[in-house]
Design a protein around this ligand. Sequence first.
Ligand code: BTN
Length: 270
Amino acid sequence: MTAGEPELLGHWEGEPVRVWEEVWAVPGLEVWSTIGSTNDRARELASEGAPAHITVVAEEQTTGRGRKGRLWSSPPGLGLWMSTVLRPPAPEGRSLVPILVGLAVCRAAESVAGVECALKWPNDVLVGERKVAGVLCEATGGAVVAGIGVNVAQRTEDFPPELRDGAVSLETVREGVVSRAGLAGALTGELRALFDRPTLRLEGRVADEVGRRDALRDREVVVDGELVGRARGIDPGGRLVVQAAEGIRHVVAGSVRVRTGGRGSLVGEG
Ligand code: BTN
């Protein structure tokens, strides 16, 4: 299928976009038919001074970005491709953004689709051992753009062949239809709940929830192909704690693979 010209939609999922904007209580909402990347558009808006929680959604992305410059498959109508401008109160809070956005995705998927999700540090959302959503956070000026890709309606054959073993959609798990608008609304609500109070450290109930959802906990991991050890949770600064032969390490950023009996991996490196 060839992507059409980018067009701002007036209606989406059966309602005027302005209705979604109001129902979700966001200060602005753009829904595009086709766009290169919703993150690029949200970055533009952020650099023009857009307030926190302004949101960009697209039916389809032609150059959707994943982490590490990978392409993010974003076919029309099958997923929620969305970016939101966040304005964390202080630079110290920025390292927590990916994990908190992942937490918001877990909560929204559970409330709307009834699908239990886990977090794979730093930015993946899993159902069982398979990836159902990814988060790409990009800092720009004083803002952070949180790009969220949720696989909603893909069947296995809709994923690129190399992703079929490791990816899954909400509708496959739920065995029923999942509303993308419902999901986006729940997600914007969870983002507000998590970001409207200044969060500089993971603590209290949020830290407990992150711990409960931590898919890596106590598993043997390899970080960036070189640091091998046992994952021991996520520290208050949002760093992955790895118990390695050399001692305890607090990893700020990296790609993690799970070692399962010396074979295979948990959805590859994310
Ligand atoms: C990853 O797991 O590698 C992160 C994937 C993030 C994909 C989303 S889809 C909406 C937003 N726009 C992009 O170009 N990327 C993010």
